[in-house]
Design a protein around this ligand. Structure first.
Ligand SMILES: CC(C)(COP(=O)(O)OP(=O)(O)OC[C@H]1O[C@@H](n2cnc3c(N)ncnc32)[C@H](O)[C@@H]1OP(=O)(O)O)[C@@H](O)C(=O)NCCC(=O)NCCS
Length: 183
């Protein structure tokens, strides 16, 4: 496996990247990219020059997963968005390698922090389906993963939960904010 930057000169990989968004998010986030057109648009946005877009390829050049990041806070902190691994290749370390590669990329650009929001729209964690106010941090401190929500994947890569937006996706559907110091 190798990790490379994606560019507009790779239309076949761009198409594969859009298809992965559709397939990777379908199960738990069906509204994220419901059809190819919105997925293609997302990939094109990730290809904008100031952003980072990195792709994991197998020996035959097939796309296994990809990751993007957007510079924020004058480049001190970058938002990880999006990350997806081919469902057929999940659980084999591809996601971990993409995150590690992104951290190197951000470090090389002088960034200190990577942050991300990871939604819970489908009762995947103990933070969903409830009113998190007023003691939001008590709920965060006791968070449990009920259905393989990716917050735990990020924790394994050293990311900490730094907050939550209650009801971000509708009542009882929060967005979980995470961050890591990489600089
Ligand atoms: C989340 C995702 C990127 C993880 O990629 P992956 O290649 O399957 O993960 P890895 O094989 O590198 O896993 C690294 C570790 O995280 C763990 N892990 C991976 N996904 C996990 C999950 N959903 N919940 C809990 N732990 C998880 C693995 O078990 C492994 O643990 P270990 O180090 O103890 O062996 C991938 O499952 C995916 O694309 N999911 C759909 C889209 C998505 O959720 N994107 C992120 C939205 S914010």
């Amino acid at each position: 496996m190798k990790i490379v930057s994606l560019s507009l000169e790779q239309p076949d990989l761009i198409e594969q990247a859009a298809r992965l968004l559709l397939e990777g998010f379908r199960q738990h986030w069906p509204n994220a990219w419901p059809e190819m057109e919105s997925a293609r648009q997302e990939v094109h946005e990730a290809l904008e020059t100031e952003k980072i877009i990195r792709a994991a390829l197998d020996e035959d050049g097939r796309l296994l997963g990809w990751i993007g990041a957007i510079p924020e806070y004058d480049g001190h902190a970058w938002e990880l968005h999006p990350l997806v691994v081919d469902p057929a290749c999940q659980g084999q370390g591809v996601g971990r390698m993409l995150v590690a590669d992104l951290e190197n990329q951000v470090r090389e650009r002088g960034g200190t922090t990577i942050f991300l929001g990871t939604d819970d729209e489908n009762d995947m964690t103990s933070l969903s389906g409830m009113n998190l106010y007023p003691n939001v941090w008590e709920h965060i401190a006791r968070i449990r993963n009920l259905k393989g929500h990716p917050f735990e994947f990020y924790q394994k890569q050293g990311y900490a939960i730094v907050g939550v937006i209650p009801d971000a996706n509708g009542p009882g559907k929060p967005d979980i904010y995470m961050a890591k110091r990489v600089g």
